[in-house]
Ligand binder design. Structure first.
Ligand code: SAH
Length: 246
């Protein structure tokens, strides 16, 4: 799985992607994460060369109809996504760009890519594990557009045929954390990313209450014990307990 992230702030991803399970998944080539900055695609009057030689590349503009905040302009984002799609297709000419349709099964020996483009919108359909699993099986490349400020010019979705997703009922300052959430949750659905593939919660009886050594934890002279059923070695009773706790 190759994640292509369209963001003004690629450095935000560094520490999270370099550590632990995702860091290992990237090193072991189970996943790949690359970035394209829409600022590089600013042209025309939005690219200004100042007398001192400084260049300003303006990615946003004021909203039509008034209101606070700035809107990310469509053009640099569309160009960044088209550049990303073209660079995938150049290497794999038989690739297809999908919205939600089921991609055809590739013929033997094909190295076709199945590309999905996601745009983050707080009020859109909510992302969940089912979607993560589905994406991990359906697509080889996921392009994610990270909005900032008041959001992105709405024409981007129509032109690029994006899949609009929200990560929850709250408004963040940008799409970078939502992109990170998709990378994380989709990656753990890919075989070889988790140490033990079957440790994915949805494949077993898991519980939110878990314990490890010591059996009795003493804090401020009080004893905190592990529930005895977990020490019983009786798998059926343990699973019943986990189902009850959930
Ligand atoms: N004015 C917009 C919100 C903009 S928030 C509105 O009312 O819908 C700025 C950016 O942050 C968005 O473009 C999106 O990329 C991201 N974002 C904020 N909250 C989000 C959420 N709950 N889920 C997914 N993306 C979110």
């Amino acid at each position: 799985m190759h994640f292509h992230i369209i963001t003004l702030f690629p450095d935000m991803f560094d520490s999270y992607l370099n550590e632990s399970i995702l860091g290992k998944a990237i090193k072991n080539k189970k996943i790949k994460v690359t970035f394209v900055n829409p600022r590089k695609f600013v042209t025309g009057k939005y690219k200004k060369v100042w007398p001192d030689g400084n260049i300003s590349l303006q990615v946003d503009d004021r909203p039509y109809g008034g209101g606070p905040g700035m809107v990310m302009r469509a053009e640099p984002i569309i160009k960044a996504v088209e550049f990303t799609r073209a660079s995938i297709i150049k290497k794999h000419p038989k690739s297809s760009i999908f919205l939600e349709v089921q991609p055809p099964k590739p013929a033997r020996g094909w190295t076709s890519k199945k590309i999905l483009t996601v745009n983050f919108v707080p009020s859109a359909e909510k992302f969940d594990t089912k979607i993560a699993k589905n994406f991990s099986q359906k697509y080889t490349d996921i392009i994610m557009i990270c909005g900032r400020y008041e959001g992105i010019d709405a024409r981007v979705d129509k032109i690029l045929k994006t899949k609009k997703l929200s990560i929850g009922d709250y408004v963040l300052t940008g799409g970078e954390i939502p992109a990170m959430i998709l990378v994380d949750s989709i990656s753990r659905q890919i075989e070889g990313v988790l140490g033990n593939f079957n440790s994915r919660e949805e494949e077993r009886v898991s519980s939110s209450e878990i314990y490890t050594r010591p059996e009795i934890l003493i804090h401020n002279k009080k004893k905190y014990k592990v529930p005895p059923v977990l020490l019983s070695g009786h798998q059926k009773n343990i699973e019943d307990w986990k189902n009850k706790i959930k």
